[in-house]
Design a protein around this ligand. Structure first.
Ligand code: FES
Length: 162
């Protein structure tokens, strides 16, 4: 996501109280960040049919945009490492570590930082993922993956109350 202001590193901790420092935004204006779209609360995630987690306009005391999961109304600050602003999520969203090449303007995802929940996600949704994506659903992807806007990946964006 491209933010309206630069993302700066902040000190955070995951749900096991392991401390880490979030990454700054990258790109020419330090405004590009990426996060896992798996909610840190009950692991809701965008599907091709519907998404309950997305970027929403921030409220008066929040940044311009927040990551909001409609499941139980957890809101995270994308300018501060996915830090939880409100709601029951027990830890920040996991950051996707990006590298930016200014010569060709390419972005590369090279890892994750923070409380990633991939093992728990695959265990919880194994049956569903296998139905949707086949037997290879839990296997590592190829060296490259297609990036798609959340607004086009899910046919329906569930609107939250807030
Ligand atoms: S599943 Fe996202 S807030 Fe509960």
């Amino acid at each position: 996501m491209a933010l309206s202001r630069p993302a700066t590193p902040v000190d955070l901790s995951n749900d096991r109280q392991q401390r880490y420092q979030s990454l700054p935004g990258i790109g020419p204006q330090h405004r590009i960040v990426a996060y896992s779209a798996i909610c840190a609360h009950k692991l809701m995630y965008p599907t091709p049919q519907i998404s309950f987690i997305n970027i929403r306009k921030g409220q008066a005391d929040e940044p311009a945009h927040v990551v909001h999961c409609c499941g139980d109304d957890s809101r995270s600050d994308p300018t501060r490492g996915g830090k939880v602003i409100s709601g029951p999520a027990p830890q920040p969203l996991a950051m996707v570590m990006l590298e930016w090449n200014p010569e060709n303007d390419e972005l590369h995802a090279v890892g994750t930082l923070g409380g990633e929940m991939f093992q728990a996600f695959f265990e919880k949704y194994e049956f569903r993922l296998t139905l949707d994506h086949g037997a290879n659903a839990m296997k590592p992807s190829a060296r490259t993956s297609v990036v798609q806007a959340a607004s086009t990946y899910s046919r329906q964006q569930q609107s939250c109350k807030a």
